[in-house]
Design a protein around this ligand. Structure first.
Ligand code: ADP
Ligand code: MG
Length: 683
């Protein structure tokens, strides 16, 4: 038996509709479970009808009339030996009026409520009651469906599927046993054909053991396919980077600050990975301002000391340039040869850079997407660092990894950094093919940023406040609203704001930076801002990531209600980078919709990036949080990461166990859940 829908002899139209539901194989039909059930296995006496719960009753129509006020409706009264109930139909055909006439017996199925006509059922399902018509022997499943596909049609297709496939267990018996789960076939049968005795609430709430098994299986399938990538990586080859401990210690001792304990810990995690012979794929998470750049720099230094090249890729030119300046300042005294590479360089400059990279005349290359262009060939790439990794697509990260593998057997180590913390649930599921390091402390002496929500009508007060701050020696950002539909419009708004503020600050220097400026213009402005020759920097969201000017202590974000939590948090992270008290002012334009209200409340109350990410996940769901660029990430059908968080650790352990001890079952398990192998967030 193959797994094709056509083999079930379903008609073409049905197959098309099933496809719309994501059902393309017989197996998918088996895994298409009801989202709820109705109990039509027994008849309830009218006297015993439970409130707000569906039930089946049988009785005689004793009155029937059509009312026109307050609106047109058909009202019938139904009686059995125990009492009377009203059934009310708001949309009905003439034929129904004559059908539901006085003296006839019917069965009605629906939810009873106390209405203004007493006990009533609104729009019950009904059919003629005849002694010959048997009651259903199982609970009636109700399946998710699409327009045009009726419940009976789906049910019939599932019946056929259940008959045509043998539902072997893909979990080893020992596992099923250990976890006290039902076997697969029993779980499936229970969900499609639940006996009348099954606890219908447990089924509807998905905490019946049958559901637990399915949810476990779904999480496991995802975990196995991700962990397979993890284990495959252990079989690939990467240069063993032994580094030079005393050089590193020396460098660290000469920094102008002391590394935090968290920085030291993650550096140990990274360097011990770099000493292995298979590629590191490590995600370094640390809240904005936690000091990831220095960690990256030291990792690069370790690599260069081992005789290899390192590359650092950042998503924007501003950020890449800032890294370049900072890192060069740290490393050039040590004789490390750094190279800058971005798309906006002149062709000739680029050609020269490419030559140097190819001939190993440079050790550390810092730049943007230009690093992954075809023409770039590294002589000996040992480590690739990707800053703000969530801003890159999967292919782009893959490209960097492949850079050194094309002709050579060694693959570079990969360090991906993100300031958008990934909630534990996501790092244990979608990111389970990576190792994770977390910087969970900020450098000493940082004061929490004060966040204020202010209606935009009070803009002028805010401007006065900025003036005070700047006159006392600090600096400020003024971030213009995100206008997704039009970059030109965004630019106009930025210009308006720039002029407006300039007019209000005759005694202060105001600068403007936006995405349409070329690299040199941007850099010139940023330089002035670094040097405190510009006091207020009006900017579009180009400054969202990475920009680091510790003397800036105030950021105003206009139209904050338009931005997502992660973005607001990133922007807020531009301040609070030095010892001075910082402030973030969120200007909003009312009226606010519910989501915007929720978001602003959360950002106002929370400064902890991990907590924000968790809240964001609750609002947006994993798909969006992982970002459009990382989409293609399948969601879960039945499992929910929040609700089933406790399962993630055991699931991971069993996935690893199965991959090593039961590899065939492991693959079978994955293919049961995914028709095509899914490339998760493989770096
Ligand atoms: P992020 O993690 O957001 O990329 P950065 O690496 O830009 O943060 O660091 C923020 C600022 O903190 C920088 O100015 C950096 O030089 C400084 N910094 C990093 N580590 C420490 C530390 N241990 N003590 C004090 N300042 C630090
Ligand atoms: Mg950074």
């Amino acid at each position: 038996m193959t797994d094709q829908l056509v083999d079930l002899k379903l008609n073409e139209k049905t197959i098309k509709l099933l496809n719309k539901l994501g059902i393309s194989r017989v197996t998918d039909l088996i895994l298409h479970f009801p989202y709820r059930y109705s109990d039509e296995t027994k008849i309830t006496l009218i006297h015993d009808i439970p409130m707000n719960e569906e039930c089946l009753i049988e009785g005689e129509v004793i009155a029937s009339e059509v009312l026109y006020r307050p609106r047109k409706m058909l009202i019938i009264k139904v009686q059995d030996d125990s009492g009377v109930i009203t059934c009310r139909f708001l949309n009905f055909y003439g034929s129904q009026v004559s059908q539901l006439s006085k003296g006839k017996r019917f069965r009605f199925f629906g939810e009873a409520k106390q209405g203004y006509l007493g006990l009533e059922m609104i729009h019950p399902k009904y059919h003629v009651a005849s002694p010959l018509k048997e009651l259903s022997s199982t609970l009636t499943p109700i399946y998710p469906t699409v327009a045009g596909l009726t419940q009976p049609t789906i049910k019939k297709a599932i019946d056929l599927a259940m008959k045509s496939l043998s539902l072997e267990d893909t979990l080893p018996e020992s596992v099923v046993h250990k976890l006290h789960l039902p076997c697969f076939v029993d779980a499936v049968k229970t969900l499609h054909y639940p006996e009348p005795t099954v606890d219908i609430h447990a089924l509807s709430n998905k905490n019946h053991p049958a559901w637990q098994r399915i949810i476990f299986d779904e999480l496991l399938a995802q975990q196995i396919s991700t962990r397979i990538n993890y284990h495959k990586r252990e079989k690939r080859l990467a240069p063993r980077l032994t580094g030079n401990k005393s050089f590193l210690t020396d460098f660290i001792n000469h920094l102008s600050f002391t590394l935090t304990r968290a920085q030291i810990r993650v550096l140990q995690e990274i360097t011990s990975d770099l000493k292995r012979t298979y590629p590191m794929h490590r995600l370094l998470q640390g809240d904005v301002g936690s000091g990831k750049t220095i960690v990256a720099t030291i990792s690069c230094l370790h690599t260069v000391h081992s005789g290899f090249q390192a590359a650092l890729m950042a998503p924007t030119e501003i950020l890449a340039e800032q890294h370049f300046i900072k890192i060069e300042r740290w490393l050039s005294p040590l004789g490390i040869r750094t190279q800058w590479l971005t798309g906006s360089m002149k062709k000739k400059e680029k050609d020269i850079a490419h030559e140097k990279i190819k001939n190993h005349e440079v050790d550390l290359i810092i730049g943007t997407h230009a690093l992954i262009q075809q023409e770039v060939e590294f002589a000996k790439l040992g480590l690739a660092v990707i800053d703000e990794q969530h801003r890159f697509g999967v292919e782009q990260r893959l490209a960097l990894r492949l850079k050194a593998t094309e002709n050579k057997s060694l693959e570079p180590h990969l360090l991906m950094m993100t300031a958008t913390p990934i909630p534990r649930t996501l790092s244990m599921s979608y990111f389970a093919d990576l190792d994770v390091s977390i910087i969970n402390e900020l450098p000493q002496g940082r004061q929490p940023i004060i966040t204020k929500l202010i209606e935009s009508r009070r803009r002028d007060e805010v401007i006065l406040r900025i003036r005070e701050i700047c006159l006392s020696g600090n600096q400020a950002y003024w971030v213009c609203p995100l206008i997704e539909e039009s970059e030109t419009l965004q630019l106009e708004t930025a210009l308006d704001t720039f002029h407006y503020i300039q007019n209000h600050f005759p005694d202060l220097q105001v600068g403007l930076v936006h995405g349409k400026m070329d690299r040199f213009e941007k850099q010139a402005i940023m330089d002035l801002f670094y040097k405190n020759e510009i006091h207020v920097l009006v900017a579009t969201t180009v400054i969202e990531v990475g920009v680091d000017v510790p003397n800036a202590t105030m950021i105003v974000i206009e139209h904050a209600e338009r931005m997502g939590l992660a973005q607001l948090h990133q922007l807020r992270g531009r301040v609070g980078r030095g010892a001075d008290q910082s402030m973030c002012i969120l200007l909003y334009h009312g009226p606010l919709n519910e989501t915007a209200k929720k978001r602003l409340k959360i950002i106002y109350e929370t400064t902890d990036g991990f907590e924000l990410a968790r809240q964001d996940l609750l609002i947006r769901g994993p798909g969006e949080l992982l970002g459009a660029k990382q989409s293609g990430v399948p969601g879960f059908r039945y499992a929910s990461l929040e609700q089933h968080e406790d399962l993630l650790a055991p699931v991971q352990q069993i996935a690893d166990e199965m991959i090593s001890d039961y590899p065939i079952m492991a693959t079978n398990h994955v293919s049961r859940w995914y028709s095509q192998p899914k490339d998760y967030l493989k770096a």
